[in-house]
Design a binder for this molecule. Sequence first.
Ligand SMILES: Cc1cc2nc3c(=O)[nH]c(=O)nc-3n(C[C@H](O)[C@H](O)[C@H](O)COP(=O)(O)OP(=O)(O)OC[C@H]3O[C@@H](n4cnc5c(N)ncnc54)[C@H](O)[C@@H]3O)c2cc1C
Length: 432
Amino acid sequence: MSELSRRQFLKSGLASSLLLFNGCSLWPQRSTAKAHVIIVGGGFGGATAAKYLRLFSPNLKITLIEPKSRYLACPGSNGVFAGITSLEQLSTDYQHLRQRHRINLISDSVSSIKPQQRQVELSGGNRLSYDRLILSPGIAFRWDTIDGYSQSLSEQFPHAWQAGQQTLLLNDQLQNLPDNGTVLICPPADPYRCPPGPYERASLMAYWLKRHKPRAKILILDPKRSFSKQALFESGWKQHYGYGTANSLIEWHSLADNPIVALDAAGKTVITAFGDRCRGDVINLIPPQTAGSIALDSGLADQSGWCPVNPISSESSISRFIHVIGDAAYFNPIPKSAFAANSEAKMCALALSCLFNETELPSPSWINTCYSLITADQAISVSHSYRLSEARSLAKAQISGGVSSKTDHESLTLEAGYAQAAYRQLLEDSFY
Ligand SMILES: Cc1cc2nc3c(=O)[nH]c(=O)nc-3n(C[C@H](O)[C@H](O)[C@H](O)COP(=O)(O)OP(=O)(O)OC[C@H]3O[C@@H](n4cnc5c(N)ncnc54)[C@H](O)[C@@H]3O)c2cc1C
């Protein structure tokens, strides 16, 4: 590396942040043996990190550890409730990562991390050593926050916040709802995976109910005072589901001052802090969340339950040589979404390859775009890009993105088409 480019690298945010955390111990690695990067979790974050690391650094040894042979994506999973999506359509495998990008795939889960030895231990008993570890384990649920609710009761009161059996279970309950029955959707407080998800879910359930059980009702019992894309959702609900009238299919209630604290499972009733009770024929209880268990158990989360990182490199603020991306990491104000996980993964891959290749890191930026369906063929969106502020923390870039500016029929229909295209492109970019 020439003196000039080395100086440029050192001036760049990446160098200062990495050196700040790692001292100079990085530099001796550069021309020695092939570095080994282990990635834990093959979701949007982990798959993208594996692929882009390979594209940026053809000679690295890259191992992806994921227990499932097929990944079931959550984006699009609310479409199951409208009858417009099947689980099969949400499923993808890892053969392109393995064959096209030469990723060493291990079908197992990581049971523990030994940061001192820079090793991970697998459930199958093997140990693997890494130079750098990227963790993208997604979320875990905080089962202890609603009295009377538990993981086993989620078989009766599904959260459907991880796509799969839970989605099918909730859909089954929706289909068997009494004609004039009530569905309760109980979202968690911020931050959680996919902030607009509960409201898209209400929209697509209402889409189905309108056609099959028009006397039914969905009550959203929300611990927040407001929610993502609220004005756009409410406008769509007025247009399609009678929102604001006595016969509305959807009602939204803010319980910010009186949140749900307990579940009476036998009575199919949720109970608020002041003792108010609300019965539902179907209860979609979405518990508060934390970083995935492996991150929590390895002590990589702080008291918030999420993993603090240096945004430039995604390196953990708690443990050196470990990088955390996706839902598990604290990248506030970037929301927890598949698009954001994909963007964080690319920045992390770029930072690591600049580090291994001793090249300059361009000024980092991140992007999030989130489409939500209001009906089977109408959508709304929000999009923002993020940069480092002068104080070197993450901030929304000025004059970037925003929410859908038009709500006429034609514009929302066009947006539904863009949503499909964006999702296909995201999947392609992450797994192919
Ligand atoms: C209903 C719903 C709708 C959504 N819609 C959208 C949308 O429209 N657009 C959008 O951008 N986002 C959407 N999201 C959010 C999106 O699904 C997540 O933000 C995204 O999946 C995060 O990616 P991730 O890689 O961090 O975690 P995940 O996708 O959860 O992947 C984590 C992976 O890690 C693996 N893993 C966990 N622990 C271990 C271990 N110990 N060892 C090895 N592997 C492990 C898991 O098996 C899993 O495959 C939605 C979410 C929900 C619930």
